[in-house]
Design a protein around this ligand. Structure first.
Ligand SMILES: Cc1cc2nc3c(=O)[nH]c(=O)nc-3n(C[C@H](O)[C@H](O)[C@H](O)COP(=O)(O)OP(=O)(O)OC[C@H]3O[C@@H](n4cnc5c(N)ncnc54)[C@H](O)[C@@H]3O)c2cc1C
Length: 459
């Protein structure tokens, strides 16, 4: 019996897709730059079924590629272009098992869409503080497995900081049920940390308990035009001094970002960028007086010449319109053609120096490319995306940018993970002892290499 037949026997007809047309959407990544091969797609409906899939695949000697919403930006969720692999989609495991608004915790299955979990938390008066443009498709399991960042990191931290408990299926099919809701637990190693950000290379995440926070009653969103990244940093410093603990988001968009929004999507900013940079900020609090405090920050920024134009959203519709500029940037860039994406982080105060140094490095190229730089300036994470023309050598551009990042003590993967895209570059720039330690963890937890081959390590 083939693996697909065995799986169908175990999971039922809904649990397996084996025809090429049905499998196609699982095999190409969101950027549409990698298409992989799989024997079939398994769609288990419960943790027990995931364990069965893992055992059957192990018996057949077929490695597994876990997939959630397939929105990852490093091609980690699609199989390698060649080889015998099984794609394991968590899409049928969508339940929210519990939401506790007093204990501030939500338990959801891995295939639950992030937005669905956010909406449930909101309905209970809570905020699930993980948010980014793909939240309508990304899943809890994918978010945990990529340790996703997004726009709330400045205030609440990465996904890692929101995970209270995990349930995982290991390489031998064993289920580890660690769905605790504890804020404090120092009993032994905190093993769940290994699976957060592991990009599906150590096991399958089947459910998670996520930390919630009280939903702030007031929020103020504003868009400001500044001349340079250095001015944006000055603005951050001003806001931190005046309103520090209430800054939730602080996003930067470059002149190229503004142009792409207009040319590719017909979206214009409601203020005059004047060829400069835009900063989108959000302050949030449950205490009264937030709007006045935010207005005072904006007024000070204009008076001190840090910003030359600013607008404050007066309604939810205006807030959504401001956010949609930032959220549509990946799509605008995708429409503009191929790009070399660099999801980098540097110490926050070094961000302007990084942007200048990377621009200088590319200016020396025979045909200097356009750069769509944007990102989460408040936590030092810049998406430094180079728009590619025929003449450009992607590998060389990656090396130039990553060398600048590395020289500044930064990371070549701030939040998207290594997946397939950054494997060679990580091997090139990472300290060898760190790679060796990561390999020894992989060998220990997944000795036969059953999970997500070719990701992170490239072998
Ligand atoms: C428009 C857009 C904007 C984005 N913005 C941000 C952003 O601001 N910040 C940010 O951090 N990311 C961002 N991302 C990328 C982000 O990492 C992913 O969208 C999300 O975290 C992945 O969720 P997913 O369910 O789609 O996972 P997938 O893409 O399906 O998988 C991602 C990785 O996790 C593994 N995986 C998935 N599910 C499981 C599981 N249950 N068990 C084990 N491994 C699993 C996969 O094998 C793969 O390696 C963005 C993506 C898009 C398309």
């Amino acid at each position: 019996m083939s693996l697909a037949e065995r799986l169908e026997k175990a999971l039922g007809p809904q649990g397996v897709i084996a025809d090429a047309a049905g499998m196609a959407r699982y095999l190409t990544d969101w950027k549409r730059s990698v298409t992989g091969e799989a024997l079939c797609v398994a769609r288990p409906a419960s943790t027990g079924e995931v364990a069965k899939v893992v055992r059957l695949a192990a018996e057949a000697g077929v490695p597994i590629v876990p997939q959630g919403g397939n929105t990852g930006l490093s091609a980690g969720a699609v199989p390698l272009p060649a080889g015998r692999q099984l794609l394991l989609s968590l899409e049928r495991m969508r339940a929210i098992r519990a939401c506790d608004p007093v204990g501030l915790a939500l338990e959801a299955e891995a295939g639950c869409v992030l937005q669905t979990a956010q909406e449930r938390a909101k309905a209970e008066g809570c905020l699930l503080p993980i948010s980014f443009a793909a939240e309508g498709s990304a899943t809890v399991g994918g978010v945990v497995s990529t340790n996703a960042g997004g726009v709330n990191v400045l205030r609440y931290g990465m996904t890692r900081a929101q995970v209270l408990g995990l349930e995982v299926v290991l390489a031998d099919g064993q289920i580890v049920r660690g769905l605790r809701r504890l804020r404090k637990n120092n009993a032994g190693y905190d093993w769940k940390q290994l699976f957060i950000g592991a990009e599906g290379t150590l096991g399958v995440v089947t459910a998670a308990v996520l930390r919630l926070v009280p939903l702030p009653r007031h929020q103020v969103t504003s868009l400001l035009a500044v001349e340079s990244p250095a001015a944006a940093l000055e603005l951050l410093a001003l806001a931190q001094r005046e309103i520090g603990d209430q800054i939730s988001m602080f996003e930067l968009m470059s002149p190229t970002s503004v142009e792409l929004l207009a040319t590719e999507l017909g979206r214009a900013a409601p203020i005059e960028a004047g060829g400069g940079w835009l900063v989108l900020t959000e302050f949030a609090s449950s205490l009264p007086g937030l709007a006045e405090a935010a207005e005072a920050v904006l007024a000070a920024a204009l008076e001190q010449g840090i910003a030359h134009d600013a607008v404050l959203a007066q309604s939810e519709a205006q807030r959504a319109a401001l956010w949609s500029l930032r959220e549509h940037l990946p799509e605008a860039e995708l429409r503009a053609g191929p790009s070399a994406k660099h999801d980098v982080s540097v110490p926050v105060s070094a961000a302007p120096a990084f942007l200048a140094a990377a621009d200088r490095a590319l200016a020396g190229e025979p045909s200097p490319p356009r750069v769509n730089a944007f990102g989460h300036l408040g936590d030092g994470n810049i998406h430094y995306n180079v728009l590619l023309g025929q003449a450009h050598d992607v590998g060389r551009i990656n090396r130039l940018v990553h060398d600048v990042v590395t020289a500044m003590g930064g990371s070549i993967s701030a939040e998207h993970g290594l997946g397939q895209y950054r494997v060679a570059e990580w091997a090139r720039v990472a300290p060898p002892e760190e790679v060796a330690l990561a390999r020894s963890v992989k060998r220990q937890v997944d000795p036969q290499g059953r999970f997500n081959p070719g990701k992170i390590f490239g072998d």
